[in-house]
Design a protein around this ligand. Sequence first.
Ligand SMILES: C[S@@+](CC[C@H](N)C(=O)[O-])C[C@H]1O[C@@H](n2cnc3c(N)ncnc32)[C@H](O)[C@@H]1O
Length: 257
Amino acid sequence: MLDFTRDRLQELSKYGSLSPVLVDTETIGREDWEELQRNLEATIPVYDKVNRVATFGQVSRWRRMVRERLPSEGRILEVGCGPGSFAEDVEGYSLVCLDPIPEMLKVAEERVNSKRRQRGYTAAEFVLGKAEDLPFEDSSFDAVCTLFSFRDWFDKRAGISEVLRVLKPGGIFIIVDPAKVNRFHGFLGWLWMRTYVSLYARLLYGTKGHPWKWLTKTYVSFGTTKDYVRMIREQGFSEVEGKVVFPGMATIWQGKK
Ligand SMILES: C[S@@+](CC[C@H](N)C(=O)[O-])C[C@H]1O[C@@H](n2cnc3c(N)ncnc32)[C@H](O)[C@@H]1O
């Protein structure tokens, strides 16, 4: 597990001043992505708490919306499962969860599989990997979903192409992430992250150098709902749609192979 001391967090906070040019709507530079991953790992102990407060509890509703869009049965992949916040409530299915952070997978596996055992479902599979290079056979999933992870992918076009490859014909891809409407809306989102969310995270961590400060960068650089409708279509999906569920906090995109 990451060294989570006050000194380490203060050290991480220095990276808040890295050039935003390294993160844009499509890509994240290698060093920035690795730093982002270290900060994401540091969120594990308080991840769900901060998310609930940051979204006024709405995050559970958005997760439910994704579950309702899944096919009634089959093999499902969640890309960027984090600590299992979405996967723990996916009932049934043959479930596979992928993440590039081993500690995320460890926390998620304990959490998700203990719930699945209690409910009488087969254990989910936890796989180390990245969206941009999915370690799965072609046409092997009925649906792929990714919640609050797509904006962290370092090459979003490559990730979408990989999802298309591993989906069965007719399979669906669902993304949830906070897109913005325009630049002004982006500014308001930045303000939101730097004030309300930042203050809460600072109180929880007891230091200015908390990881959410760094996470604001991917939030600010993320594009609009339309940007990703276009991108998903251009990567080969059909019936692509993007619906703003809560402006600046959640857009849900869907495409079909
Ligand atoms: C904010 S967490 C989201 C957790 C969970 N899906 C949820 O619903 O809250 C984002 C996750 O995306 C993962 N991630 C970042 N870059 C990724 C990539 N290129 N491919 C796959 N997952 C990635 C991170 O490791 C992190 O665990």
